[in-house]
Design a protein around this ligand. Structure first.
Ligand SMILES: [Zn+2]
Length: 379
């Protein structure tokens, strides 16, 4: 039998040497030594599972009950308008429920995959995401200030005055607008850079949408976004700290920055849903509407690579990627050119397909370059 002497094979792994595996205790000793780490990992996943179950009562989450309720109120308004326009259907709670949970959505496998993937990815992928964003935020903040870390800096807020209130309001608008601009650029790149598009495609592979479809995102897509927006946010906080001598706070409602609270309560959950809601006329250019994001998810050729913005549609208006039809008659969710049964059909496949596609493209690269085409075939 071969002698598995880990200590000699990988002397650089000091943790393994002696503590996890050693000649005297052998495999049993290794299992004993690893047990606390395995147990801690399980405990972290278990705690995360309960955190996910608590999303509907957590104000920082998009599916917080208040945001769901406000989306329902907006949906009711759309329902009333539609039934008035059609002139024949009598309104009732039952017919509103049918409007809210249509058969076309809930008889589709894509809808149920989003429910399963929500739990799968929020428990498995979210832990990684949270760690990455914390490191990036703190790292860029320290890099810009050259001083204390974020935890220490947030403890040195002066006593509030009307000046600090104005500062905090202005700080919120500037920081959220800049981070949103960086998010716009990142989202644009997620569509235009072939390797990033493979990961972002997972989000666009939903063929019907409901609020949990929002969470259909690949972990690499999450991390690419978190690194970019986290660095922008950390740097902005660092600059503000340098300028004011303390880190301003943002005005908040239920612990959520005011602008984001308003964004969430203005029908956020309809962005990923079948309920088409746009603000009248040019208001949709200023205020984010669910319809703005529906167009982004549509596979109609006129809608491809449009409406990348998250909070402020003005980025799309400024950079000519804004598109807002009067109605949703051409809006159909899914990937351009996707026909028949989707191959994005299970939780593991949503994780695995981007890697498979990238590997296949790498192999095929010398022969053909143009099947790397991003989402817009016209680009
Ligand atoms: Zn997108």
């Amino acid at each position: 039998m071969r002698n598995h002497n880990f200590a000699e094979k990988w002397p650089q792994l000091g943790v393994i040497r002696g503590t996890v595996y050693n000649q005297e205790t052998g495999l049993t000793g290794m299992i004993d030594a690893l047990f606390p780490y395995v147990a801690a990992t399980f405990a972290a996943f278990y705690a995360q599972f309960w955190r996910v179950l608590a999303y509907p009562v957590t104000s920082g989450q998009r599916v917080f009950w208040l945001y769901l309720l406000s989306s329902m109120v907006f949906a009711y308004w759309v329902y009333v308008r539609r039934s008035k326009a059609s002139g024949n259907s009598p309104r009732s709670l039952r017919s509103f429920a049918t409007f809210l949970f249509p058969k076309e959505v809930w008889s589709h496998s894509s809808a149920w995959l989003d429910v399963r993937y929500f739990f799968f990815h929020q428990v498995l992928g979210k832990l990684l995401y949270v760690i990455v964003i914390a490191i990036i935020l703190n790292g860029t903040f320290q890099w810009v200030t050259g001083g204390p870390n974020l935890v220490k800096a947030t403890q040195t807020v002066p006593s509030p005055t009307w000046v600090s209130f104005v500062v905090s309001f202005g700080y919120m608008i500037v920081v959220i607008a800049i981070v949103d601009f960086v998010a716009y650029i990142l989202h644009y790149l997620q569509h235009k850079v072939p390797i990033l598009w493979e990961f972002h495609k997972v989000h666009h592979s939903a063929e019907v949408m409901h609020p949990l479809s929002n969470y259909r995102e690949h972990p690499i897509d999450n991390i690419a976004y978190a690194v970019g927006t986290g660095a922008a946010f950390g740097a902005m906080m660092g600059l503000a700290n340098n300028y004011f001598g303390y880190l301003p706070s943002m005005p908040e409602i239920l612990g959520v920055p005011l602008i984001l609270f308003l964004f969430n309560i203005a029908g956020y959950n309809l962005r990923h849903s079948h309920v088409w809601l746009r603000w009248p006329g040019r208001l949709s250019m200023i205020f984010p509407s669910p319809a703005h994001h529906h167009v982004h998810h549509s596979r109609h050729p006129d809608h491809l690579d449009k409406n990348f913005a998250f909070v402020f549609p003005m980025w799309d208006v400024l950079f000519r990627t804004y598109h807002m039809p009067e109605s949703d008659k051409d809006v159909e969710f899914g990937l351009y050119g996707q026909q028949g049964e989707s191959e994005y059909s299970s939780c593991w496949r949503l994780y695995y397909i981007p890697f498979r596609n990238i590997a296949a493209k790498q192999r095929a690269a010398p022969k053909s370059k143009d099947d790397n085409a991003p989402s817009n075939p016209k680009a």
